[in-house]
Every structure is written in C-alpha cells, then in structure tokens.
Design a protein around this ligand. Structure first.
Ligand SMILES: N[C@@H](CCC(=O)N[C@@H](CS)C(=O)NCC(=O)O)C(=O)O
Length: 198
C-alpha cells in the first residue's frame, strides 16, 4: 500500500492522478504545508526533508521529489505501461524528460515568475520559451512525450501546462494547449479530482 502525503491543489494532486492511472493500491494522508502568504506549517508527519508535497511511503520506503516518485511508482507498478522499464529503448527518453522537468522546466518557470533573466552558459536551465520549444519539438514524435503512449512524464508536464495555460508565464501554443487538454481529459484525472480532498 502506497501512502501519498498530499495537500489539496498542489504538486501532490498529480500523484493521485498517476496512482489512479497505475491502478496501484494507495491511501492519501492529508498534511499541512507552508503557504506563500505566510500561513500554514510543515507537517511533522510528512517525511519530505523540507515538509513539501508530494512524498510517498511504500512499506517503510520513503520517496520524495516529483520525478523520483514518478519513476519509483512506474517501476513498482509496471502493469499499465506508464513508464518504460530498464532495458526498453524508450527508457533513456523517459529518464531524460523526468529529469528535465525538475532540472530545467520548473527552474525556467520560477526564473520567469521572479523576473530573473536566465544567465546563458552558466545556469543549468534555460528561459521558459526555450524550454517550451524543446517540449514542442519532442511532441512532434506523437501525442505524448514518448510518442504514442502516455507516460508518467506526461502527467507532470500535462498538468503543469494545463495550470499555466492562461498565465502570462507561458506564451500561447496550440501544440501545448492540445497536449495539456489530452492529458487532463483522461478519466483517471477526473477520478483523481474526486479524491482531491482526501
Ligand atoms: N521539488 C518539489 C517541489 C514540491 C513543492 O514545492 N511543493 C509545494 C506545494 S505545490 C510545497 O510543498 N510547498 C510548501 C513549502 O514549500 O514548504 C517537487 O517537485 O516534488
């Protein structure tokens, strides 16, 4: 049984979506988190080292940080094919796009949000427009990042783009809009929404 440490309408929401896609046995443990407005507090029950969500616990094994959790869960519950396993030709692309999510895409969004120009040649990430262009290029292979099949990477990217699609952080892109819609149109997303509050 997987325990998901979750706070409603945060980055842990998409792991309810992933667990639903995987058909994995799970329970949701609601925790408090620190909020941008200064309210809230890290929950001592949450095993993430900074009290952030998501984190999971699988029979005593703790995993935190979104790409690590995505990879752990798709390896652990391979039956629905949500992540190519070691030895599969698409494994390299899968690992790359998972790492790119937290190493490039998120820092790119945060740089833009803070109006910090990304110093070329020194930062490990790029401007958000350049990152989006790379994702659009990857999506020329098929409806999903790895081609024909949805993977856990699409759950990270699709839900992020769906959230930012109407924000000034992202230029309008028909390819990204259609991709985000494709991801959130899945029945597992609707089931996850129904469990959002625990
Ligand atoms: N790098 C983490 C980020 C997690 C994160 O920032 N979560 C937010 C909610 S969306 C949080 O827990 N904030 C509370 C805090 O920063 O203390 C991941 O991708 O899993």
């Amino acid at each position: 049984m997987i325990t998901l440490f979750h706070h409603p309408n945060t980055r842990s929401s998409r792991f309810i979506f992933l667990l639903e896609e995987l058909g994995a046995p799970y329970e949701i443990r609601l925790v408090t988190v620190r909020k941008r407005d200064g309210t809230g507090a890290a929950d001592p029950a949450n095993p993430h080292p900074h009290g952030k969500v998501p984190a999971i616990c699988d029979d005593g094994v703790v995993v935190f940080e979104s790409p690590a959790i995505a990879l752990y869960l798709t390896d652990r519950f391979p039956q629905n094919g949500l992540g190519p396993l070691a030895g599969h030709r698409e494994r390299g692309a899968y690992l790359s796009w998972l790492a790119y999510y937290s190493g490039v895409l998120e820092p790119a969004f945060v740089s833009k949000f803070l109006s910090h120009e990304v110093p070329r040649g020194t930062a490990g990430w790029v401007a958000v427009e350049e990152a989006i262009a790379a994702v659009v290029q990857q999506l020329s292979r098929g409806p999903y990042l790895l081609g024909d099949r949805l993977s856990a990477a699409d759950i990270l990217y699709g839900t992020t783009f769906a959230m930012f699609s109407r924000s000034p952080l992202m230029e309008k892109s028909p390819v990204i809009d259609a991709y985000a819609q494709r991801v959130v149109d899945r029945p597992a997303f609707q089931r996850a929404q129904a469990r959002e509050s625990g």
